[in-house]
Design a protein around this ligand. Structure first.
Ligand code: NAD
Length: 247
């Protein structure tokens, strides 16, 4: 452990698994006091006893739960928004309910959390907001990711807007655009396609590097953005995708 986040508090959403969990662990390993939140209490329990981490159940689609959480927590120095859902299909597969679900979980949750914490973060002298978008967004399109790509492009716009409006008040906001990253939900998506090995090979082939990314590789950038090492940086969408969007 080093101390790149010593003295800082951090809130991380979707921290029970995948990228969110790796971010919570990376922040805690660098000295932050981390409130690791997720809707899945069972999976979150695995973080009990990890030094620096306090697990807490939070459904980021609930405005009441977010308001209560913000009132109880006060202003964190770092807010990492990792909650998101991948809907599969084109615009014709995306009915109104699917559209609303993805907008609410992928975008409105970030709007609500940032809005709940921002006044206190400003009063507290500033904060770094790190949102998890995707390379499937305003960067590139991925087939059959209509509402996912739409919402992740919105995350890029949301991040840039917050960064622009609060740049003089100590608030930095950046987002990360990962390519294909090993995670429990990616594994489920591969299994859902039937032939697991063929599906895995197809997901791997999207990256010219010939492999999937790891949650730790995304967490390393989140750590940089959370820390004062990136103090001169705001409003950016940073791609970590094994070269996918470069071809
Ligand atoms: P994941 O999809 O495996 O896990 C998501 C977590 O979110 C779970 O722990 C789940 O319980 C939690 N969650 C779901 N609904 C929630 C809610 N309403 N409130 C709070 N938590 C909730 O993790 P992942 O694949 O690492 O994805 C994390 C983020 O990274 C997402 O925003 C995703 O879109 C983004 N992302 C992932 C990849 C990838 O290939 N894995 C690529 C680009 C972007």
């Amino acid at each position: 452990m080093t101390d790149r986040l010593a003295g800082k508090t951090a809130v991380v959403t979707a921290a029970a698994q995948g990228i969110g969990r790796a971010i919570a662990l990376a922040f805690a390993a660098e000295g932050a006091k981390v409130i690791a939140t997720d809707i899945n209490a069972g999976a979150l329990a695995a973080l009990e006893g990890t030094p620096g981490i306090t697990p807490r159940v939070l459904d980021v689609t609930s405005p009441e739960a977010i308001a209560a959480f913000a009132a109880e927590t006060g202003a964190p120095h770092v807010l990492a928004n990792a909650a998101g859902f991948v809907h599969a299909g084109t615009i014709l597969d995306c009915d109104e309910a699917a559209f609303d679900f993805s907008v609410t979980l992928n975008v409105r949750s970030m709007y609500r959390l940032i809005r709940a914490f921002l006044p206190a973060m400003v009063d507290n002298g500033g904060a770094s907001i790190v949102n998890i978008a995707s390379v499937a967004s305003s960067v590139i399109a991925a087939p059959n990711r209509f509402i996912y790509g739409t919402t992740k492009a919105a995350v890029v716009g949301l991040t840039k807007s917050v960064a622009a409006d609060f740049v003089t008040r100590g608030i930095r906001a950046n987002c990360i655009c990962p390519g294909t990253v090993e995670s429990p939900s990616l594994d489920q998506r591969m299994r859902a396609l039937g032939d697991y090995e063929t599906a895995r090979a197809a997901f791997i082939s999207r990256q010219p590097m010939g492999r999937l990314g790891t949650p730790e590789e995304i967490a390393a950038l989140a750590l940089y953005l959370a820390s004062d090492e990136s103090a001169f940086m705001s409003g950016q969408a940073l791609v970590v995708d094994g070269g996918w969007s470069n071809i």
